[in-house]
Design a protein around this ligand. Structure first.
Ligand SMILES: CC(C)(COP(=O)(O)OP(=O)(O)OC[C@H]1O[C@@H](n2cnc3c(N)ncnc32)[C@H](O)[C@@H]1OP(=O)(O)O)[C@@H](O)C(=O)NCCC(=O)NCCS
Length: 209
């Protein structure tokens, strides 16, 4: 399946998802790449990573951009030349991009049991109390995605998930929540939204102004 889904977050923000069912050659034939992207693609060790990278370019082309409109800053954060904001995430079978007029972050994570074991390392585990095992996996994955998304927005060295980003209590049925970044003597509030796409958690975050 090529283009999988568009999710409209608001008037100026949408998420686009590609389900990767094509092989490398099929994707490669269909995208235009800058030399620097070609070099990056060649340096990637796994075909799965290469396909995720190419699927992002397929998404860009699907909405009228190409790889030539995209560039990266020194931290690896992607930008569009027309000034619109972009955030990118890929994980196994899916690639996703978020396009917006404001700075946002997106994260796509596959649901895995291991997340519950490592939860104490990155989140407040009281937020998993009383949940069955499936919901624990879903909620911990969402919280991981929230922290990755906020990290992608801030794009600053030194941010630690357990020490600087704090999720407020929320329920899986809410499909949204609030998190705080407390870093370098500044407190910022972020709102996030999430949904589940097959066995993946898709999260996006925005700064609350
Ligand atoms: C950079 C990082 C956010 C990528 O996240 P990931 O889940 O590994 O991978 P994703 O597929 O979701 O995202 C990758 C995309 O993020 C984007 N990205 C990379 N660095 C970025 C940055 N500094 N800011 C914003 N976006 C960034 C890129 O577009 C990249 O894809 P591309 O290079 O193919 O275009 C992540 O590796 C990271 O460094 N996280 C913070 C570190 C951390 O604190 N970890 C755990 C502590 S407990």
């Amino acid at each position: 399946m090529p283009f999988y889904k568009k999710i409209v977050i608001n008037k100026t923000t949408s998420i686009f998802i590609w389900k990767i069912e094509e092989d490398f050659n099929t994707l490669f034939r269909q995208v235009q790449l800058k030399d620097v992207s070609l070099a990056r693609l060649e340096s990637m060790k796994s075909e799965s990573h290469q396909n995720g990278f190419l699927a992002v370019r397929m998404l860009l082309q699907h909405i009228g951009y190409t790889d030539f409109d995209l560039y990266y800053d020194n931290f690896g954060k992607p930008h569009l030349k027309d000034g619109k904001q972009i955030s990118i995430s890929h994980s196994c079978d899916f690639s996703s991009i978020l396009i917006s007029s404001t700075i946002t972050g997106i994260d796509l994570e596959v649901l895995k049991e291991k997340i519950v074991t490592i939860a104490p390392r990155f989140m407040d585990v009281r937020h998993l109390e009383g949940l069955n095992n499936v919901d624990k996996i879903k909620k911990a994955t969402v919280i991981w995605g929230v922290k990755e998304s906020i990290f992608k927005i801030k794009n600053e060295k030194g941010i630690s998930f357990p020490q600087h980003i704090f999720e407020k209590e929320f329920h899986l049925d809410d499909n949204r929540g609030i998190a705080q970044l407390r870093f370098n003597n500044i407190i910022e509030e972020y709102c996030f939204q999430f949904e589940f796409v097959e066995n993946y958690a898709l999260v996006c975050a925005f700064q609350n102004k």
